[in-house]
Design a protein around this ligand. Structure first.
Ligand code: SF4
Length: 575
């Protein structure tokens, strides 16, 4: 089965902004924290907000305290005033594009124009905009309204931001024909346009399109309508539980699109669930490959293999490192155990980034707890065979990795664990992997490592730093929900991708300098290939030519498999 996810799916800018503001308010604003009405039209997102302490306020009380977040759809000005008069502190998360329509309505109604708004009756955004138009506001939500309106004097036509383009254009032309002299402002949001175009394109390229989103979300409903208008089978679901697996198995090409208020973790689960359905038309071999890839991903085996490949490459590059088998085994066992233990300790956070992996680990948690403990012990036995220094270093690294999330300092402080240090995650992972792959398996690393080992440690850590930043981008939504201040959340995705490219250039430059000066062996030039791969991936991701999914994670981890192969090839060429 081929599953294609729309390029524009999930949170739009306005919804993401509102969600970020709500999650931020949950941590920092004066309590209790409310949203006035549901922040967005999606039950999973509302449930999450409830869990983080953001409740829904449906009625405005006489007296209130705490913070009220105004949702992305906005509210009428008099409602805003009533909330402030009741004593609430207001955080305005109205989408800037909705604000623009509100301001147009206010501006023209004040100048005496009638404001005709093409929108859905009763929709919060429509009620908010009409509130700014006051008595001059006229709603057109159906053909019947179109027949009955009679704007007095000058008028403007505005659109609810999520309206259907064709309908808006048709209705505005009809109004202008009957009442010449009006002004039309096409205020349909770009994100809505692109989403609708994508839905139409997907409908043409698929046998069936799954539309993911809340049942009360207007823009999600519209996407389903567009798919059906193109004559393609459509399945509207709120979560993966609504998928009709039997029906889906009859199709070969499945498109997936999602409304602007659908969280990523819901889309990811739906896509992975569909991918796991065996289409009656799919060859068995293809399904088997997919299942193996998924098992490796969910069981953290790709990550462990990437660590082992780095150690293997290091053993070819530095003479002081013990056998390749021993170095690879230490890295595989310790990285597998550290990452698995961390995931087992924080399943809730993981369930927002990768719900299927979290579910897999939850189902087999006893098995994985046993496997990771055994692997950790085995890594220590192997390190002890290398030497006491190796054993102690691995013990220190494993202890800090296991306690990375544990609160060590008392409650009330903003930084209570290693994890709370802003941007610490990629740094911590890169130093740990670098040490496990280069220093732990080396007899020459203690008490003080030689210059070649230090150089190699730097290169390995820098390579892992670039890899960890990719993973941070993939985990951004869960990190935000968990309240972690990761580098990606601090500087944004674009800048993080730029940092990855800078790290790749630095990695290539350091590898060139260290090999040219004879500090490390020429085999370390393999890092040039790695750097080019990382740079290319980051560039493609920046240009949206690659999606943030299982494939990307595989491509990032696979870049480490290139290292020992390239180092080995260079070693052969040199002999
Ligand atoms: S669809 Fe457009 S206008 Fe509406 S919230 Fe999203 S970005 Fe803002």
């Amino acid at each position: 089965m081929k599953v294609q996810l729309a390029q524009v799916a999930g949170f739009c800018m306005g919804v993401r902004r509102a969600m970020d503001m709500a999650l931020d308010a949950a941590r920092t604003a004066s309590k209790p924290v409310y949203t006035f009405g549901p922040l967005i039209h999606n039950p999973s997102a509302i449930e999450l907000l409830e869990r983080t302490g953001v409740h829904v306020l449906s009625e405005i009380p006489q007296k209130g305290k705490g913070t009220v977040i105004i949702r992305a759809h906005g509210i009428p000005p008099e409602t805003k005033k009533r909330l402030a008069d009741a004593g609430f502190f207001l955080v305005d998360a109205t989408c800037p594009r909705v604000v623009k329509v509100q301001m147009l309505a206010r501006h023209y109604s004040r100048k005496g124009y009638s404001c005709i708004l093409v929108g859905d009756k009763g929709h919060p955004e429509v009620m908010g905009i009409l509130g700014y138009a006051g008595e001059k506001g006229i709603l057109v939500s159906c053909d019947e309204d179109l027949k009955t309106i009679s704007p007095a004097g000058r008028y403007v036509i505005l659109a609810q931001t999520t309206q259907d383009r064709e309908r808006f254009s048709r209705w505005s032309k009809e109004i202008m024909k009957r009442y010449p002299g009006g002004r039309v402002f096409d205020t349909i949001c770009d994100s809505t346009r692109r989403r609708q175009d994508e839905a139409a394109r997907l409908a043409k390229a698929s046998d069936l399109v799954v539309v993911v989103g809340g049942r009360s979300s207007a823009n999600t409903k519209r996407l389903a309508e567009i798919v059906e208008e193109k004559g393609t089978a459509c399945m509207a679901v709120e979560t993966a539980e609504d998928l009709d697996r039997t029906r889906l198995s009859r199709y070969r090409k499945i498109g997936v699109t999602a409304g602007a208020s659908t969280p990523n973790w819901v889309i990811t689960t739906v896509v992975r669930e569909i991918e796991s359905i065996r289409s009656a038309k799919d060859p068995l071999f293809r399904q088997a490959v997919y299942r193996i890839l998924r098992l490796f991903h969910e069981a953290n085996l790709w990550t462990a293999l990437a660590g082992a490949a780095l150690a293997l490459a290091a053993s070819i590059m530095a003479p002081g490192i013990v056998s390749a088998l021993s170095a690879g085994s230490i890295a595989f066992c310790s990285i597998f155990s550290m990452h698995t233990i961390n995931r087992l300790m924080d399943m809730e956070h993981g369930s927002y980034n990768d719900p299927l992996r979290a579910r897999f680990l939850k189902t087999h948690k006893v098995l994985f707890a046993l496997l990771s403990t055994t692997a950790l012990l085995l890594a220590h036995v192997l390190a002890w065979k290398v030497g006491n220094g190796s054993f102690l270093l691995l013990l220190a690294l494993a202890t800090s990795a296991v306690f990375y999330r544990v609160h060590i300092l008392p409650a009330g402080l903003s930084i209570r664990s290693l994890r709370d240090l802003p941007g610490s995650k990629p740094l911590f992972i890169s130093v740990t992997w670098g040490a496990v792959a280069v220093l732990v398996p080396s007899r020459e690393a203690f008490p003080l490592p030689d210059a070649d080992l230090v150089g190699l440690f730097m290169l390995a850590s820098l390579a892992v730093f670039a890899r960890s930043l990719f993973m941070e981008i993939l985990d951004a939504q869960g990190d935000l929900i968990a309240g972690w201040e990761t580098l990606t959340l601090l500087v944004g995705e674009k800048k993080t991708l730029r940092i990855i490219r800078m790290a790749s250039v630095a990695l290539a430059a350091i590898a060139l300098v260290l090999t040219a000066t004879g500090i490390i062996r020429h085999e370390a030039l393999a890092f040039l290939l790695f750097a080019a791969w990382m740079y290319g991936l980051s560039h493609r991701m920046g240009h949206k030519r690659i999606r943030q999914n299982l494939r990307l994670e595989f491509l990032v981890e696979a870049s480490f498999l290139v290292l020992p192969a390239a180092a080995f090839l260079i070693a052969i060429l040199r002999t």
